[in-house]
Ligand binder design. Structure first.
Ligand code: GTP
Ligand code: MG
Length: 579
C-alpha cells in the first residue's frame, strides 16, 4: 500500500506540473498533501511495528510567528530552538531528544525517507529535504522522555517549499501541540491543517500564545467554535500562555505542569492502525478519481473499438461473403476442383500452355506462388483494406465527438492525435496481415476442392457427365490459366464457362452438398478474418494504443495495479496486516 500511495503521489506531481487548469491545480495540490500525509502515517505504522520501544514523538505546529520555537525552548527549559521576529524563520523539522539519546531514535531516518538527517548546525535555508535531531542536556519537568519537534510554519509566503517537512513531522506525532496566537488563531490555514489531521486521531493540545490579560475566556470560546467547525472530535485542552517579560518567553502555567505527561501515558499505538485504515478510506475515492476516469475512458475506447470491429465484420459479410458478385473464394475452390478432375481434351491445352509458359512459370506454380498470384488479384483483399481504412476513419470521428462531449476531454483529444499519427502504420500492418491470411487461406480453399472432389468420386454419373461436357473443358482451361497467373480471380468468376459449370454442379446430385460446403467455407472464413485480422491486428493494436499516452499528462495506473491496491485495502479491513 505504501508503494501504491507513493506511486499515486508521484503521478499527481507529474501531472500537476503539466496542468494548465488553475482550479484543478488547487485540488491536485490538496491531494498531494493528503498523499504525503498518508505516506508518512503509513511509515509511522512501520516505525511502530519495527520495535517495541519507540520513543514518544511530540510535534509543535502552528502558523508563522505564533511562537512555536519559543514554546520548544520553554518546554525543554533551554534555548536550543532558534527564535526570531522574522516570519518563516524555522524552515526544517528540528527534533530535540529529551531524556533520550540519538541511538534511541535510530528508526527515524527510515521514517523520514528521502529527507536526510543532519546536525542542527549543518542545516541551511537553501535545502528543505532534511531535518535535524539534537540531544538536549537540559531536563524539563513538563515533558516525559520524548522527541520534541519544532516545525516550520504552513502559512507564510514560502511555506509551500517546506510544507512536506511539516507534513512528515505531523504524521510522526504521538501528540500534537498546536500553537496559535490571538492574531492567528482564526486563520483558515490553521483549521485546514487541523481538519486534515482529524483522521490521524492524535491527542492534541492547543496553546494560546501571546495572550493579553482579560482576553482569554473570549478567545477560548472562539477557538472552540472554530474547532467544532473543523472537526468532530472533542475540543482539546487549551493552555493559555502569557508572556514573561523577564525571560522574553511565554510562560507554561503551573496548573498544566503534568498535562503532557498525562497525555503521554494514554498513548495507545494499537489505535494507529485503525486510523491508517480510516485515512485510506476517507480519501481513496477522491484520490483515484482521475485514475477511475482514465479507466472509464479506456473502457469507452475498448467499447468503441469493439463496436467498430463488429461493424467492419458486418460490412465484410455483406459486401464480400454474402455479395453475389464479389464473393470469389468458393469460385476458387471450384477452379481447384476443375484442375483435379483430369478432364479429357485438356491435355492439348496443357501441352500448349507448358510449352508457352516454359519452366519458370511452372516452377512458380510448384512453389506455391500460385497462391500469391491469387492474392494479388483478389477482390477480397481490396475490400478488406477498404473496410480497415473505413473503420479507422469512423473511429477517428467518434474520438473527436468524445473529445467534445466527455469530461475526459483532454484524454480523448490527446488520444485522437495519437490515433492520427498511428493510422498509416496500423493500416500498413493490416494490409500485410491480410495478404498473409489470404495466402494461408488458399489451403482451406484447396481442402474444400478436395472434399468436393471426393464427393464427386462417390457420384460417378455426375463425374463422368462433367468430364464429358465440352464446357467443363473450357472452364478447366480458364481455371488453369488463373493458376498460372494468366487471369485474375474476378475474371474467372464471370467467365461464362465457369458460370455454366457452377450451375451444372449446383443442379447435380451433389448440389446440396456443394451449398453446405460453401456455407461452411464462408463461416470458417468469417471466423478466420475476425480472429487473424480484426482481433489479432486491429483490435490488439488499438486497445494497446493508450499505453503510448504521455506519462507526463496521464496517470497511466493500470486497472490491475489499482485492483491489487484495492485488494490490500479490503484485506486490511479484515484485520490482515499488509505493511
Ligand atoms: N509578545 C510576545 N512575543 C512572543 C511570545 N512568544 C514568542 N514571541 C516572539 O514572537 C516571535 C516569533 O517567535 P518564534 O518562537 O520564533 O515563532 P515561530 O512560531 O517559531 O515562528 P516561525 O519559525 O517563523 O514559524 C519572536 O520574536 C518571539 O520573541 C509571547 O508570548 N509574547
Ligand atoms: Mg520557529
Amino acid at each position: 500500500m505504501l508503494e501504491f500511495i507513493q506511486l499515486l503521489n508521484q503521478r499527481y506531481q507529474t501531472v500537476l506540473r503539466q496542468s494548465g487548469n488553475a482550479a484543478g491545480k488547487i485540488v491536485y495540490q490538496q491531494r498531494i498533501d493528503q498523499l504525503f500525509l498518508t505516506e508518512a502515517f503509513l511509515r509511522k505504522g512501520q516505525l511502530i511495528n519495527s520495535s517495541t520501544g519507540q520513543p514518544l514523538q511530540m510535534t509543535i505546529v502552528g502558523p508563522t510567528q505564533a511562537g512555536k520555537s519559543s514554546l520548544v525552548n520553554v518546554l525543554l527549559n533551554s534555548d536550543v530552538a532558534g527564535v526570531s521576529p522574522l516570519a518563516g524563520y524555522t524552515v526544517h523539522p528540528q527534533g530535540f531528544c529529551h531524556g533520550l539519546s540519538l541511538v534511541d531514535c535510530s528508526g527515524l531516518q527510515h521514517y523520514f525517507g528521502r529527507f536526510q538527517q543532519l546536525q542542527q548546525a549543518q542545516i541551511t535555508r537553501d535545502r528543505h529535504d532534511c531535518y535535524s535531531l539534537t540531544e538536549t542536556a537540559s531536563y524539563s519537568t513538563h515533558l516525559p522522555n520524548c522527541v520534541l519537534w519544532d516545525t516550520p510554519d504552513f502559512d507564510s509566503i514560502d511555506s509551500a517549499t517546506y510544507k512536506e517537512g511539516v507534513i512528515r513531522t505531523m504524521a510522526l506525532a504521538d501528540i500534537i501541540i498546536l500553537v496559535v496566537s490571538k492574531e492567528k488563531y482564526a486563520d483558515q490555514s490553521v483549521w485546514d491543517i487541523m481538519s486534515s489531521l482529524e483522521t490521524l486521531n492524535q491527542p492534541t493540545v492547543i496553546c494560546l500564545n501571546k495572550l493579553s490579560e482579560g482576553s482569554e475566556a473570549l478567545l477560548i470560546q472562539s477557538l472552540k467554535e472554530k474547532w467544532q467547525i473543523a472537526r468532530k472530535d472533542k475540543f482539546p485542552e487549551v493552555v493559555s500562555l502569557y508572556y514573561q517579560k523577564k525571560t522574553g518567553l511565554p510562560f507554561w502555567p503551573e496548573s498544566k505542569q503534568t498535562l503532557l505527561m498525562h497525555l503521554a501515558n494514554k498513548i495507545d499505538h494499537k489505535k494507529h492502525f485503525r486510523s491508517e485504515e480510516d485515512l485510506l478510506q476517507k480519501y481513496w475515492q477522491s484520490w483515484l478519481e482521475p485514475v477511475f476516469a482514465e479507466h472509464q475512458a479506456l473502457n469507452d475506447w475498448q467499447g468503441l473499438v469493439d463496436e467498430s470491429i463488429k461493424q467492419a465484420l458486418d460490412n465484410y459479410q455483406r459486401d464480400y461473403l454474402d455479395h453475389p458478385r464479389h464473393y470469389e473464394t468458393f469460385q476458387q475452390a471450384l477452379a481447384e476442383l476443375l484442375t483435379l478432375l483430369e478432364i479429357p481434351g485438356l491435355a492439348g491445352f496443357l501441352t500448349g500452355a507448358r510449352k508457352a509458359l516454359t519452366w519458370p512459370v511452372r516452377q512458380m506454380w510448384k512453389l506455391g506462388r500460385k497462391r500469391l498470384h491469387i492474392a494479388h488479384s483478389s477482390q477480397e483483399l481490396v475490400l478488406l483494406n477498404q473496410i480497415a481504412e473505413h473503420l479507422l476513419i469512423q473511429l477517428a470521428d467518434r474520438l473527436l465527438d468524445s473529445s467534445e462531449q466527455s469530461n475526459q476531454r483532454f484524454w480523448w483529444k490527446e488520444f485522437s492525435g495519437l490515433l492520427r499519427r498511428q493510422r498509416q502504420a496500423i493500416l500498413q500492418d493490416f494490409s500485410v496481415a491480410a495478404k498473409t491470411y489470404h495466402v494461408a487461406f488458399q489451403q482451406d480453399v484447396e481442402k474444400t476442392a478436395q472434399h468436393l472432389y471426393h464427393k464427386l468420386q462417390e457420384q460417378p454419373l455426375v463425374l463422368n457427365s462433367l468430364r464429358a461436357t465440352r464446357v467443363t473443358t473450357d472452364a478447366a482451361a480458364i481455371a488453369l490459366t488463373l493458376h498460372m497467373g494468366g487471369i485474375g480471380v474476378h475474371d474467372l468468376i464471370f467467365a461464362p464457362a465457369m458460370l455454366t459449370v457452377t450451375s451444372l454442379l449446383a443442379e447435380s446430385a451433389i448440389g446440396g452438398y456443394m451449398h453446405k460446403v460453401e456455407h461452411e467455407l464462408k463461416q470458417h472464413q468469417l471466423k478466420t478474418v475476425k480472429q487473424a485480422l480484426f482481433v489479432e491486428h486491429i483490435r490488439q493494436k488499438l486497445v494497446a494504443l493508450p499505453d503510448q499516452l504521455s506519462a507526463m499528462t496521464h496517470f497511466n495506473i493500470s486497472p490491475d495495479q489499482l485492483h491489487a491496491a484495492e485488494q490490500q485495502l479490503t484485506e486490511k479491513r479484515h484485520g490482515l496486516r499488509f505493511l
